[in-house]
Design a protein around this ligand. Structure first.
Ligand SMILES: Cc1cc2nc3c(=O)[nH]c(=O)nc-3n(C[C@H](O)[C@H](O)[C@H](O)COP(=O)(O)O)c2cc1C
Length: 197
């Protein structure tokens, strides 16, 4: 069983990565293989609405000069897909939206490649609005892909604190958010074992 997580944050090793790692570490303990990919240092181009994926039906996007096709392969081989983003102007990042647009269209064009895989979103905010809206955006992706969405004891939201408002420090950790991530991992593991074993 494999879980893959993608972070759409522009910042490597920031709050989104911290929360995703918290979920993955717990899944590791449940003997689920895990991988985290942070998209921070790379460009993910948006969908150009060419609809060639519907014509070609080859499980690939025709845009070849970024890593998206490699990531589609990783999504196909995974049982559990976790998508994380910080809140940028009351929504998820444009990078994660571009990722979802192109993976989502290729999936649908090929008879729903992600159908019935397990999905969970993780969103990190600072102090203003947008986390629920951002989580909804990720959940809408899972739902139109016919995936099974997993919840926790509360919505899968973390709060990034710390002096620069972008790092969860050892002293200022969002303990409620961490507990939410751990419970999310337990729910994912429970469902995965019911479904696949
Ligand atoms: C361009 C930009 C826009 C942001 N907009 C919001 C916002 O609307 N609401 C909010 O609560 N935080 C907002 N933030 C703060 C981030 O969501 C927050 O610091 C988050 O924890 C960063 O996660 P990261 O360390 O993974 O990048 C914004 C940050 C940036 C860089």
């Amino acid at each position: 069983m494999k879980a893959i997580a993608f972070s759409g944050s522009a910042k490597k090793g920031g709050n989104t990565a911290f929360m995703l790692k918290t979920v993955l570490e717990e899944l590791d303990r449940e003997k689920i293989q895990t991988e985290l990919i942070e998209l921070a240092d790379e460009e993910i181009k948006p969908c150009t609405a060419c609809y060639k994926c519907f014509k070609n039906k080859d499980k690939k996007c025709v845009i070849k000069d970024d890593n998206l096709n490699q990531y589609i392969e990783k999504l196909i081989e995974s049982d559990i897909i976790i998508l994380g983003s910080p809140v940028y102007l009351v929504d998820i990042t444009p990078k994660l939206i571009a990722f979802m647009e192109r993976c989502g269209m290729v999936s649908i064009a090929n008879k729903y490649l992600l159908r019935r895989k397990i999905g969970a979103g993780v969103v990190v905010r600072y102090r203003r609005a947008g986390a629920i809206h951002g989580l909804d955006s990720i959940n809408h992706f899972f739902l139109v892909e016919q995936m099974i969405v997993v919840g926790s004891n509360y919505l899968n939201i973390g709060v990034g604190r710390g002096s620069e408002a972008v790092s969860v420090s050892e002293e200022e950790i969002d303990e409620e958010g961490v507990k939410t991530m751990i419970d999310l991992a337990h729910n994912i593991a429970w469902l995965a074992k019911e479904k696949y074993q």
